[in-house]
Every structure is written in C-alpha cells, then in structure tokens.
Write a protein that binds this ligand. Structure first.
Ligand code: SAM
Length: 201
C-alpha cells in the first residue's frame, strides 16, 4: 500500500529557498487585515507552522514572548539561524495533536497559523482545532490564513473553506471575530487567501 504524504511534504528539500521567499514578505503586509486583533500588551504568542520565523521574529521584536512550532527540521534550523539574535523559543511539534505543546499545560493570548491549516486532511482538522482550543487562554485570539489555488508540486494540501474552519472553531467554543478574503501577498494571480480570526470567550 502506498504511504500517505505527510502534511510537511515538499518543505524540507527546499527549505533554504523557501525561507528566503518567506523572509522577503513583511509581517505587516501578510497580516494587514487583522493587525488590529494582535495583542498590544506584551503577551504569550504561539506561532504554529512558523516556517522561517518571519512572524515570530516580528512579534518578538514587538516585545512578545514567542514560541515557534515548526515540524520541518530544515525550516526550523533556517529560522533559528536567521533569527538567532531574537529570544524565540523553537519547538519541534506538529498538528493535529501538538503533543509536546499540550504536555506543557501553557496558555497563549494569541495563536497564529499562517498558511498552515490547508495542509491538514478532513480527519486531522477537528483534532487540530481541539488541540488549539486547549492552548488558548481565556479571551485569546486565533488567527489563521487558508490558501486557495493550485497545489504546488510535491506538497500535500486540501481545499479548505473559511466556513468549515469557523464551524470547527465554534464546535470547540470559539466565537467568530473576523472573516475576509484577500489577494496573494506574493502577487500570484492563481492564489487567494481566506483570513479568519476567532476568540476564546
Ligand atoms: C506555507 S508554510 C508557512 C510558513 C509561515 N507560517 C509563513 O507564513 O511564512 C507552511 C508551514 O506549515 C508547516 N506545517 C506543515 N504541516 C504541519 C503540521 N502538521 N503541523 C505544524 N506545521 C505544519 C510547514 O512545515 C511549513 O513551515
């Protein structure tokens, strides 16, 4: 039987080039639609699927305590090298269970999943939403972006809608706080994004 592709397929082999691509984008541009939802006070922030750590670094510079979860070792090491001067805690863990993070029994005021959720299949997504809810502090926000468009060769991605994601969030007690669509920050015509935010009451 053929083994199913992992959610991280295609990232390790191209880590250096991908890190360069991710680092060429500005945090303020990637998150422009939801910047008003980021905490203003120094907070505990968890960036899941942090990639090269572009957002983790921007948030650490703003004075937040940032934990960056990244399961692709090659990308994690790129991030550690590029942002070595910043106090980012890098953790090797992965959705849907986030076993390492959940075992710490910590809570976060913001959880960020930028361009990650569509890598999870339909069985993994409800489990992942449950794991995220367990890590949110009361009043905390989760911000996600979902990619729509052709699947790059060698990657594993699914056609995931904002509606389904918001419904999964409601099922674990989260309230909708933002839902919008935007064009691709890298200017690719065939790619668009849903941006959603949910809040733990
Ligand atoms: C398109 S990249 C986005 C990286 C970064 N968030 C950014 O916006 O630049 C997707 C990231 O999701 C990570 N990823 C894939 N499957 C994952 C999983 N099951 N759990 C956590 N991260 C995952 C990949 O390793 C990769 O770093």
């Amino acid at each position: 039987m053929r083994k199913a592709a992992a959610s991280t397929a295609g990232y390790g082999e191209n880590a250096a080039a991908l890190a360069q691509q991710y680092e060429s984008l500005r945090f303020e541009d990637v998150h422009r639609d939801v910047l008003h939802l980021f905490p203003r006070e120094p907070s505990n922030i968890l960036d899941i699927g942090a990639g090269s750590g572009r957002d983790a670094a921007a948030l650490a510079r703003l004075g937040h305590r940032v934990v960056a979860v990244e399961p692709t070792g090659e990308l994690r090491r790129e991030g550690q090298r590029i942002h070595a001067a910043l106090p980012i805690e890098w953790v090797d863990d992965s959705l849907p269970r986030l076993s390492a993070m959940r075992s710490r029994r910590e809570h976060f005021e913001l959880i960020l999943l930028t361009a990650v959720w569509m890598h999870l299949d339909a069985t993994e997504r409800p489990i992942a939403m449950n794991s995220i809810a367990e890590l949110l502090a009361p009043g905390a926000t989760v911000i996600m972006s979902l990619r729509h468009g052709p699947v790059p060769q060698g990657r594993r991605m699914f056609d995931v809608s904002a509606d389904e994601t918001l419904a999964l969030g409601r099922a674990v007690g989260l309230a909708d706080s933002y839902c919008g669509q935007r064009k691709d920050t890298q200017g690719r015509d065939s790619v668009s994004w849903s941006v959603i935010a949910m809040r733990m009451p």
